[in-house]
Ligand binder design. Structure first.
Ligand SMILES: *Cc1c(COP(=O)(O)O)cnc(C)c1O
Length: 395
C-alpha cells in the first residue's frame, strides 16, 4: 500500500490516485493518514547539519510532512511538476500572478474572471506598474491582436465566474507559446479531475481548495500547480512570501481529497438534474450550464472537459425586486451566501454590469447562481417550485 512511487502511479486512474497520493503510512507508525504537524522550529542534530541546512524540513513556513502530503498529492492529480499551497484561493491567485509579472509588464485577463482577481490587477498590480487589458473570454486565437511587445502573460478562467463562458484553451495557449507568454488558469470550477490544464500546456493552475477540495464549507485554502518550466520560480515566490496555510486546514483538505471525485461526480449528476428542470420553467429565460447547449462555448466544453461540477447560473425572465425577494427569502433548503462547492445547496443573485469592460452583460432579467449540494433533488425542486409560486404571487 502506497509503496508505489509517484512515478510508478502515473498510469493509475484518478480515483485510485486520490486514495493513495501523498500518503506514507510507515513513516507514521502505520497510521493511514499523515498527521497534523504543528511547528515553527525544526531542530538540526549537529552544527555541520545546520551549516548545510541538512534537514528534510528547514522551518515551519517552508513546509511540514502535512503540507508536503497535500502538495505532492495535488501535483500527482494535476499532472504538474510541483504545487505550492496558500491560505486562500485569492492568495493563490496573487501568488501565481506575482510569480510571473514584473514592473512594466502588460497582462491579458479574461473579462469574466473571479471579481477579486480583477481587483488585484486593478489595484496592487497597477501600483506596481503592471497594466491589465481585459479580453472577451470567447476571443480564442483572436487574443493575438491584443498582445503587445511588453505583454507577459495571459490569465484564463473557464468557465467564467458567474456567467460561465467556456474559453478555447488550446487556441489561447498556442498564441502564448508562439509569443513566449506565460499562461495562468483559475481552474477552481473543473478541478484537475474535470480539466487537467497542464496537459493543455498551461503553465500555472490555481485551485481554490475552499470549494470542492474542502467540500464541507469549513476551510479556506488555495493551491497553485506548475509545469516544469515554472515550478522553480513559483516555489521561490512562495518562499519569499511565506504565505503558508494553517496545518489543520491542510489536514482537512487531505481528508476532502480522498472523496473529491465521488462528491464531484454527484455534484455533476445533481447539478444537471436541477439545471434541466430549471430550463423547463417559464420563469427561467436561459440556463448557463456548460453541459447544456444554451451555454456560450458548450461545444468547447464538450471537447476539452471530462465533466461539469455543480455550479451554474440562470437568467430569469424579467421580474421585480420584490418578486425576486419573495423567491429567495422563503427558500428553506437553498442557503444564500458566497463561496460554493460544499455539501449544501446555495443560491446567490449576481449582476456583472458595472465592472466588465470587454464584454456587455445585459440580460433582460435577474441572474442567479446555484451551487447544487448533496440533498435529494426532489426536495430541492420542491423548494424551488415553492419559490417560483411566491415569485408569481408577488408579481
Ligand atoms: C472562491 C473562488 C476563489 C477564491 O477562493 P477563496 O478561498 O474564497 O479566496 C478563486 N477563484 C474562483 C473561481 C472562486 O470561485
Amino acid at each position: 500500500m502506497t509503496k508505489t512511487t509517484h512515478e510508478g502511479r502515473k498510469t493509475l486512474k484518478n480515483r485510485t490516485k486520490l486514495v493513495h497520493a501523498g500518503r506514507h503510512p510507515f513513516e507514521h507508525y502505520g497510521f493511514v493518514n499523515t498527521p497534523i504537524y504543528r511547528g515553527s522550529t525544526v531542530l538540526y542534530p549537529t552544527y555541520a547539519d545546520l551549516l548545510a541546512r541538512n534537514a528534510r524540513f528547514a522551518y515551519g513556513t517552508v513546509g511540514t510532512p502535512t503540507t508536503e502530503a497535500l502538495e505532492s498529492a495535488w501535483t500527482e492529480i494535476a499532472d504538474a511538476a510541483g504545487t505550492v499551497l496558500a491560505p486562500s484561493g485569492l492568495a493563490a491567485i496573487a501568488l501565481a500572478l506575482l510569480t510571473a509579472v514584473q514592473a512594466g509588464d502588460h497582462i491579458l485577463v479574461a473579462d469574466s474572471v473571479y471579481r477579486p482577481t480583477r481587483h488585484f490587477c486593478d489595484t496592487l498590480l497597477k501600483r506596481m506598474g503592471v497594466t491589465t487589458t481585459y479580453y472577451d473570454p470567447l476571443i480564442g486565437s483572436g487574443i493575438e491582436t491584443l498582445c503587445r511587445p511588453e505583454t507577459r502573460l495571459i490569465f484564463l478562467e473557464t468557465p467564467g465566474s458567474q456567467s460561465f463562458e467556456i474559453q478555447d484553451i488550446p487556441a489561447i495557449v498556442a498564441v502564448a507559446k508562439a509569443k513566449g507568454l506565460c499562461t495562468i488558469i483559475d481552474n477552481t470550477w473543473a478541478t484537475p479531475l474535470f480539466l487537467a490544464p497542464h496537459r493543455f500546456g498551461v503553465d500555472l493552475a490555481i485551485e481554490a481548495g475552499t470549494k470542492y477540495l474542502s467540500g464541507h464549507s469549513d476551510l479556506l485554502l488555495g493551491l497553485v500547480s506548475a509545469n516544469a518550466a515554472w515550478y522553480g520560480r513559483l516555489r521561490e515566490t512562495y518562499d519569499t512570501f511565506a504565505m503558508c496555510p494553517g496545518p489543520e486546514d491542510v489536514f482537512l483538505a487531505l481528508r476532502g481529497l480522498r472523496s473529491m471525485e465521488l462528491r464531484l461526480n454527484e455534484a455533476q449528476r445533481q447539478g444537471l438534474i436541477i439545471a434541466e428542470w430549471l430550463a423547463g420553467r417559464k420563469e427561467v429565460a436561459q440556463v448557463l450550464h456548460p453541459a447544456l447547449p444554451s451555454c456560450p462555448g458548450h461545444a468547447i466544453w464538450k471537447r476539452d472537459f471530462t465533466g461539469a461540477s455543480g455550479l451554474f447560473s440562470v437568467l430569469l425572465a424579467p421580474c421585480s425586486q420584490t418578486a425576486l425577494a419573495a423567491f429567495l427569502d422563503g427558500l428553506t433548503l437553498f442557503g444564500m451566501g458566497y463561496s460554493w462547492g460544499g455539501y449544501e445547496s446555495l443560491v446567490i443573485p449576481f449582476d456583472c454590469r458595472g465592472y466588465r469592460t470587454a464584454t456587455t452583460w445585459a440580460p433582460a432579467g435577474q441572474a442567479l447562481r446555484f451551487s447544487i449540494g448533496l440533498e435529494d433533488t426532489e426536495d430541492l425542486k420542491a423548494d424551488l417550485a415553492a419559490g417560483f409560486a411566491r415569485l408569481a404571487a408577488a408579481a
